[in-house]
Design a protein around this ligand. Structure first.
Ligand code: UDX
Length: 433
């Protein structure tokens, strides 16, 4: 089939590359000429493990190409995906749909023949109806159907999550469109991936409910971690002990500094708004949002307390700036709350992150960026681990001890064993143990 993918961000580029790897022909579109030029010259504007090889292989097979001008791709497309950004609107947390609506208007004037228009971006319940109305108004003669097909891709594991999803959710009330979507996802059918066909509004809500539930699960274990610290229990064991219950499940029970990223923070806020507007407030999710925000802010205090309560003139080494490992994405990363609070408390910060420093420098120009973990650690009064990159998991503890002014480690991702480090003379503070 011929696909036009509108938007070449984390979702559009991964989805486009994976659909082309299924054998479809995909044109990824973007208004940002520099992004398209980068892609056309073989570069990849985002860091996602394996994406560069996947794109190169499919460009070589002429199944994947990139364009700024949407005319040709939309004219020829059987399916057009809207995978543009839906950021939180300034101030009120609503999802900002201006890019979605602009895409719908553009699509309306360019499609020919029956075309399925798919909202892949995370959009509030009812957006599919609005997109349908925009297209119908703009081009009353258009033959089309609007379908919801939310993504459940985790950054850093996006290709795996696309190719081996737990399920595909398709919100569709049009028989011909359903057949098109079945054909589109046939390669996943073959390996028995559950395909959930439902109404468009139900599909839109499934996406928000999934992310809000995951954010709730993480916030729950984070609150248990704080309780563990007070009562002398071990959060890793608590997570294991409850996670073995199949009704709970062991995933997303890693206590940390709070969740970040481009999805959980904005999707929980958008769901709260949708629910309030509908007169069915989601008070649990509202509490999750505020508990998570407080937690990220409280982490700086944890580091300062570990340093004796006053960070004035002290230097903190920070390992990890991205909101999670295997991504360069800084959006809503806990480091964006923790580091400014450390600076505010009079500390200096020297940091290292394998992928996200190019972005972090724009957002936090007042810290020192180092070439590697040991450079960041050298001469610091304390080491704080904020992101659990694999390369931070087996550092040379004796070398760290020798290069820190005081052998103090605050491990906000529990990647080290407290006893082992204490036996090596490290003053170790973890999360929830
Ligand atoms: C999430 C959803 O997982 C994905 O399905 C959806 O499509 C997009 O949003 P992502 O934001 O990329 O994916 O990252 P994820 O791996 O879910 O982590 C989100 C945040 O939760 C990160 O800040 C991470 O550090 C934190 N987290 C995750 C924890 O603190 N503990 C955990 O056990 C898991």
């Amino acid at each position: 089939m011929r696909i036009a993918m509108v938007g070449t961000g984390y979702v559009g580029l991964v989805s486009g590359a994976c659909f082309s790897d299924f054998g479809h022909h995909v044109t990824c579109l973007d208004k940002d000429e520099s992004k398209i030029e980068t892609l056309q010259s073989g570069g990849v504007p985002i860091f996602e493990p394996g994406l560069d090889q996947l794109i190169a292989a499919n460009v070589k097979e002429k199944r994947l190409d990139f364009a700024v001008d949407p005319k040709k791709a939309m004219h020829e497309a059987d399916v057009i995906f809207i995978a543009v950004g839906t950021p939180s609107r300034r101030g009120d947390g609503h999802a900002d749909l201006k890019y979605v609506y602009a895409a719908a208007e553009e699509i309306a004037g360019l499609i020919s023949g029956f075309t399925v228009i798919v909202t892949k971006s995370t959009v509030p319940v009812g957006t599919g109806d609005a997109v349908e109305e925009i297209i119908r108004k703009t081009n009353p003669n258009a033959e089309f159907a609007v379908v919801s097909n939310p993504e459940f891709l985790r950054e850093g594991a996006a290709i795996e999550d696309f190719k081996r999803p737990d399920r595909v959710v398709i919100g569709c009330e049009h028989d011909r469109a359903r057949d098109v979507m079945r054909e589109l996802y046939r390669p996943l059918f073959l390996n028995e991936t559950p395909i959930v066909f439902t109404s468009r509004r139900t599909s839109e809500l499934i996406k928000y409910a999934a992310n809000a539930f995951l954010a709730t699960k993480i916030t729950f274990i984070n609150e248990m971690a704080t309780l563990c610290e007070k009562v002398g229990a071990d959060i890793q064991q608590v997570a294991k002990g409850i996670g073995l219950d199949k009704r709970i499940g062991g995933k997303f029970l890693n206590a940390g500094p709070g969740y970040g990223g481009s999805c959980f923070p904005k999707d929980t806020l958008a769901l709260v708004k949708t629910a309030n507007d509908a007169g069915a407030p989601v008070r649990i999710v509202e509490t999750v949002v505020s508990v998570n925000d407080d937690r990220k802010k409280a982490m700086a205090r944890k580091i300062i307390d570990a340093m004796g309560g006053d960070a004035t003139g002290m230097t903190v080494a920070v390992l990890g700036l991205a909101f999670k490992p295997n991504t360069d994405d800084m959006r809503d990363s806990p480091s964006l709350d923790i580091i400014p609070a450390l600076l505010e408390a009079g500390a200096k910060v020297q940091a290292y992150d394998p992928e996200s420093m190019h972005e972090a420098k724009e957002m936090m120009p007042d810290i020192t960026y180092c070439e590697n973990a040991y450079d960041a650690i050298s001469g610091a009064d304390a080491l704080a681990i904020l992101t659990e990159w694999d390369q931070f998991r087996a550092l040379d503890i004796d070398r760290i001890k020798a290069s820190l002014k005081t052998p103090l480690i605050v491990d906000l991702r529990n990647i080290y064993d407290p006893k082992a480090l204490r036996d090596q003379g490290i003053v170790y503070h973890g999360i929830g143990r």
